[in-house]
Design a protein around this ligand. Structure first.
Ligand code: NAP
Length: 460
């Protein structure tokens, strides 16, 4: 794989960087009033021969075919579900087998999990499923009231599931203190309280996210990139010592013990980052600040974190989550035993679409997955016995194009990288399968640069 020539990144459109986390001299250029233009050809610089990134226009074009594909396939599946011999197609939702899950020992206190943004949507369903499976789940939400309401709902569900059974067989939900990922002070305070109260963390699910951008956080960063990614970077880094103390074991003796597990929520939109932006003038004397050598350059990621520079911070945050997963495995995996996995929940009808019109939300509720279905990749990522090379899970069936769809382990099907990511946007739901994400060539270089930038931004 090779990367073509790099192009300049768009400059900031306003100057709201009063709390610049990097030294300004590091960002400044002598050509401050220059106007930078991107064009489609220049966008080729992001492409590798094998896995090209797709511009925003491709994403828009793909929505209608993906919708039709989904409606068609799901109708066919509905009919086929009545046919007794349909199992050969391997398009039934796969279950996570008990023997492929971590044990939750009944003798000691329940293992601890933290799920961010768990008062609603995919996060709520993930937290509830883990609690029902015996975990003590800490709901890490920015609103105390919403968090406490969600805790009540989960604990009520547990008492229903538990019934007259021994209460020690199930876990519980609890609320520690508010966690706002758009505030480094809030993250540090949350982690301090956690480590004062608990010694070990078994599972961390970095789930919280927003899909709107433009605002600036109290730390001076772009709100979407901080909430979805940089905040989770700091949270994870502060919790790694507790994750390293965890012992997660499987029922089957075949597999050795792991330390803690980290699940990072990504999205199909990672295929479309970086985007094909055409912006680009700057009236604030800093046009060249973000000139860089593309995705392998820390100034690229600095641009994502800086308000006003990129119009694609959601997609960039979701690509960053996968690169972060790679770097976490490199730094804390192996002998240290902390395993990280990125997951795409699929297209899910949840509160994340709260800013869309009522009609659009209705349409999404008809064709998208439910939050419960969307949680299946996070649950499999949290407690499943992952195949050794699994980096990314997604929830849809994908055609094998002549290759035999192989089973990765008992609970995990394997999908193949496809030329176009339509099959990962909408389609027949199969719960979770190991899939190859779309990464830049030399992704270790990108992940290292990203890591360094985040260390600078968070001072962690
Ligand atoms: N829905 C989809 O189609 C889809 C597709 C791909 C990936 N994803 C990813 O899946 C994850 C869950 O999404 P969802 O669909 O379940 O969304 P959702 O229903 O909107 O839930 C998002 C959660 O994140 C919380 N949150 C937002 N900003 C936060 C902050 N600064 N600090 C702490 N918590 C914050 C929200 O809290 P409040 O309730 O207080 O706002 C909420 O609990 C996200 O990372 C999203 O990017 C979703």
């Amino acid at each position: 794989m090779k990367i073509l020539q790099p192009h300049p990144r768009s400059p900031p459109t306003h100057g709201s960087r009063s709390k610049a986390p990097f030294a300004l001299s590091e960002r400044m250029s002598p050509h401050a009033d220059q106007i930078i233009h991107n064009n489609d050809d220049e966008n080729d610089c992001w492409k590798s021969d094998m896995q090209p990134f797709f511009p925003r226009a491709s994403f828009t074009k793909m929505c209608i075919p993906a919708l039709l594909y989904s409606i068609l396939f799901n109708s066919v599946l509905r009919v086929l579900s009545y046919v007794p011999f349909n199992s050969w197609m391997r398009i039934n939702p796969s279950t996570l087998h008990q023997e492929d899950c971590f044990i939750t020992p009944k003798s000691s206190s329940p293992p601890i999990a933290i799920v961010t943004g768990s008062n609603t949507g995919v996060g709520f369903e993930t937290a509830q499923a883990l609690a029902v499976r015996g975990y003590h789940v800490i709901l890490a939400c920015r609103s105390r009231q919403k968090g406490l309401d969600a805790v009540d709902k989960i604990n009520q569900k547990i008492s229903t599931v538990c019934g007259s059974e021994d209460i020690s067989k199930v876990g519980k939900a609890s609320f520690l203190q508010p966690l706002d990922l758009a505030s480094f002070a809030s993250i540090r305070s949350f982690c301090k309280t956690f480590s004062e109260k608990y010694d070990v963390l078994n599972i961390l699910v970095n789930n919280a996210g927003i899909n709107s951008q433009g605002d600036v956080t109290e730390d001076g960063l772009e709100i979407c990139f901080q909430s979805n990614f940089v905040g989770h970077f700091l949270l994870t880094k502060l919790l790694v010592p507790s994750l390293m103390k965890a012992k997660n074991t499987y029922k089957s003796n075949k597999y050795k013990e792991e330390a803690g597990r980290i699940v990072n929520l990504s999205s199909v939109t990672h295929h479309f980052a970086p985007s094909n932006e055409r912006t680009l003038s700057n009236g604030h004397g800093s046009a060249d600040l973000f000139r860089n050598n593309g995705i392998h350059d820390k100034h690229f990621w600095l641009g994502s974190a800086t308000p006003g520079v990129s119009t694609a911070t959601y997609r960039e945050s979701k690509l960053a989550s996968i690169l972060f997963t790679i770097e976490l495995n490199k730094r804390y995996g192996g002998e240290k035993g902390v395993r990280s996995i990125a997951v795409n929940p699929g297209s899910v009808s949840s509160d994340i679409w709260r800013n869309e019109s009522a009609l659009t939300q209705k349409l999404y509720s008809l064709v998208y997955l439910t939050p419960k279905q969307g949680a299946s990749t996070s649950i499999a990522g949290s407690i499943g016995n992952l195949p050794t090379d699994a980096l990314y899970l997604q929830p849809y069936w994908q055609p094998a194009f002549g290759r035999k769809m192989q089973s990765a382990t008992q609970s995990f099907q394997r999908s193949y990288p496809l030329p176009f990511p339509m099959f990962e946007m909408l389609g027949p739901y199969i719960s979770h399968s190991v899939t190859v994400p779309r990464l830049p060539a030399d992704c270790y270089k990108s992940s290292e640069q990203l890591w360094e930038v985040c260390e600078g931004l968070t001072s962690a």
